[in-house]
Design a protein around this ligand. Structure first.
Ligand SMILES: NC(=O)c1ccc[n+]([C@@H]2O[C@H](COP(=O)([O-])OP(=O)(O)OC[C@H]3O[C@@H](n4cnc5c(N)ncnc54)[C@H](O)[C@@H]3O)[C@@H](O)[C@H]2O)c1
Length: 351
């Protein structure tokens, strides 16, 4: 039993107070380290020893989100006390009774941490019974990705910086050797140098443009090229896009241009690979507070607008994106391809 309430303290290095996008708190009990991140719109995460154990997005504000997560933390510790702590990693993966993707094997690229859209996808695919290979950007990222790969029971965990020649080929070679075939790929990466992303499109340098389109679009083409011979029985290729490809979204700038190219790429790849049973989709989530999003100025305003204007009056979570993506990998979706699927609470239909 827990003798007293946890003593939560603001996490060092994080901005706390009005105006801070994310507030982070930490508490210790026994040998566990508990962390809560809360956002102004009432979303929050609870982690125990670095692993996400709860996510809420229905609180009315940050304060209520914190109270709810602090209660969950207390219950979590009480549950853990009498027995061993062996259940922790598996508890990160939601339980789905119907293993609709059992027997399928896929590669997920783009997990940086437990806020990543790629992690939402990985959890959903795994919960539905698929096996997943994952990659991490570099040694610095590895320590965040390793525990997540452990929770996924990933048999293949490899470094992949798309700017390092040969690393992408090495990942697909390993999949060819170990698995011999591949059923899905989730490409969930994007990059733009700060000067390119935060400046006007009209001012973008050739260098900035090429770096943006290279990582954010061409790498998807390359992954499709390397996946094609492994998808002998068909398969599904996914990439992540954003509405800023269709409309001028303030501060999205050159990334909007790259996403427009990416969505067009999806259609051409779908046409070319369709006869082989390989389907290709772009998933277009509403805004999510991830590391990549932190490079976009005034992102809070974008979130507020999304929540206020979307018919669902709700922000999406990485889990919402994950299950929608996993559905499209199922054989039941075999006649859908070339799609840009919006997972945005309906935002894109409203003027
Ligand atoms: N967060 C949002 O609001 C939002 C909305 C729509 C679409 N998206 C898209 O979703 C995708 C995933 O982003 P996220 O929001 O989950 O953020 P994230 O920061 O969690 O993920 C971005 C990933 O890109 C990877 N990456 C960057 N440069 C790379 C390189 N050179 N080699 C290999 N990997 C590299 C990072 O390591 C990271 O894992 C991106 O394509 C992003 O544009 C994000």
């Amino acid at each position: 039993m827990i003798a007293k309430r946890l003593d939560w303290k603001a996490k060092e290095g994080f901005a706390v107070g009005r105006g801070a996008t994310i507030q982070a708190f930490v508490a210790s009990a026994d040998k566990s380290k508990l962390e809560i991140d809360v956002m102004p719109w009432g979303e929050g995460y609870l982690r125990a020893d670095g692993q996400e154990i709860a996510h809420i997005n229905d609180a009315k504000d940050r304060r209520q989100a914190f109270r709810k997560l602090a209660d969950i933390a207390e219950r979590h510790l009480e549950e853990q006390m009498p027995e061993s702590k062996t259940k922790k990693t598996s508890s990160m993966i939601p339980v789905a009774k119907a293993k609709l993707l059992e027997g399928k094997k896929g590669l997920i690229v783009g997990i940086a941490n437990e806020n990543s859209i790629a992690w939402g996808c990985a959890k959903a695919f795994r919960a539905l019974g698929a096996e997943v290979a994952v990659t991490y950007l570099n040694e610095k990222a590895k320590k965040y990705v390793d525990p997540l790969a452990g929770a996924l029971d990933s048999p293949i965990v490899m470094p992949l910086d798309v700017n390092v020649p040969g690393q992408m080929e090495a990942v697909f070679e390993r999949i060819a050797t170990d698995w011999g075939n591949l059923d899905f790929v989730v490409h969930s990466i994007a990059f733009s140098p700060k000067a390119a992303l935060q400046g006007r499109v009209v001012d973008v340098s050739r260098e900035g443009f090429l770096a943006t389109i290279d990582v954010s679009c061409w790498t998807f083409i390359r992954m499709a090229h390397l996946a094609e011979p492994l998808m002998r029985k068909g398969g599904t290729l996914f990439t992540m896009t954003y509405y800023g490809s269709q409309r001028v979204v303030k501060n999205y700038n050159i990334m909007g241009v790259a996403k427009a190219a990416l969505e067009c790429t999806v259609r051409y790849l779908a046409a070319e690979l369709g006869p082989k049973g390989i389907r290709v989709h772009a998933i277009s989530p509403g805004p999510l507070a991830t590391r990549a999003a932190s490079g976009i100025p005034e992102f809070d305003a974008l979130l507020d607008k999304a929540k206020g204007k979307a018919p669902a009056r709700s922000l999406v979570s990485i889990d919402d994106v994950g299950v929608a993506t996993a559905f499209l990998a199922h054989d039941a979706a075999r006649l859908m391809t070339g799609e840009t699927l919006y997972v945005d609470g309906g935002y894109h239909i409203i003027d």
